[in-house]
Design a protein around this ligand. Structure first.
Ligand code: DX5
Ligand code: ZN
Length: 218
């Protein structure tokens, strides 16, 4: 199976967003990764609804929205109205995770939980049935262009094992420091989907960079 590639718009050229989105539309990327930050959960701000609403009509790929915010559930309806495909909420801000995941699915979106580098994968074991995807952070969230944390590979393998043993279809996505080298290791360890920001948008031929990741086979 090919790897699902989800280019992170955070690393795009914001002066030419339309051109960047068209590049993604015409690439092998299956999803588009959108990083929303609130300056509280993470020490940075990115973009929110005014920008998302403006660019939504030209995006042809399913939206993979990663919410790095303290109260993600406030925005379920607004995200569903934007026809978001997958809503990723962080484990670290979700005291009632089961309830939140159920609400996301009820709103018509796929439910995903994101784990920071220090959050163990065993913590999602009892909600796996409610999860369409687990997003493992391989950097501390908040910024693009950081170095990949190697320990993520062990987390991917552990989670793969957990999902396969139960015969579930839950996807594993990894976000942070993904490039051709780390991407190959992640897919070998059992990742289904890769987020890539600086590697894609910083490369001379972004579509080829996407295709290289897409061609990694598990
Ligand atoms: C970081 C974001 C990532 C970021 C990845 O907090 O969640 O999606 O854009 O950037 P790279 O691929 O450059 O590490
Ligand atoms: Zn992200």
């Amino acid at each position: 199976m090919n790897t699902i590639v989800s280019p992170s718009l955070l690393s795009a050229d914001f002066l030419h967003l339309e051109k960047e989105i068209e590049m993604i539309n015409n690439s092998k990327a299956q999803w588009l990764h959108i990083d929303v930050m609130d300056g509280v959960f993470v020490p940075n701000l990115s973009f929110g609804f005014p920008i998302l609403e403006a660019i939504r009509p030209i995006i042809k790929k399913p939206l993979d929205v990663h919410l790095m915010i303290v109260e993600p559930m406030k925005f379920v309806d607004q995200l569903a109205a934007l026809d978001v495909d997958t809503m990723n909420i962080h484990y670290e801000v979700s005291p009632h995770l089961h309830r939140s995941l159920t609400a996301i699915r009820k709103a018509g979106m796929k439910a995903a939980v994101t784990l920071n580098p220090h959050t163990p994968v065993c913590l999602v074991e009892d909600v796996l049935e409610e999860l369409d995807m687990v997003l493992l952070m391989s950097v501390n969230p908040g910024f693009g262009g950081q170095k990949f944390i190697d320990h993520t590979l062990e987390k991917v393998a552990k989670l793969r094992n957990m999902i396969d043993k139960r015969g579930l279809k839950t996807l594993i996505e990894v976000d942070g420091g993904v490039n051709a080298t780390t991407g190959a290791k992640l897919v070998a360890a059992g990742a289904d989907a890769l987020v890539a920001g600086s590697y894609v948008f910083g490369s001379e031929d972004p579509q080829q960079a996407i295709e290289g990741l897409y061609n990694l086979k598990r």
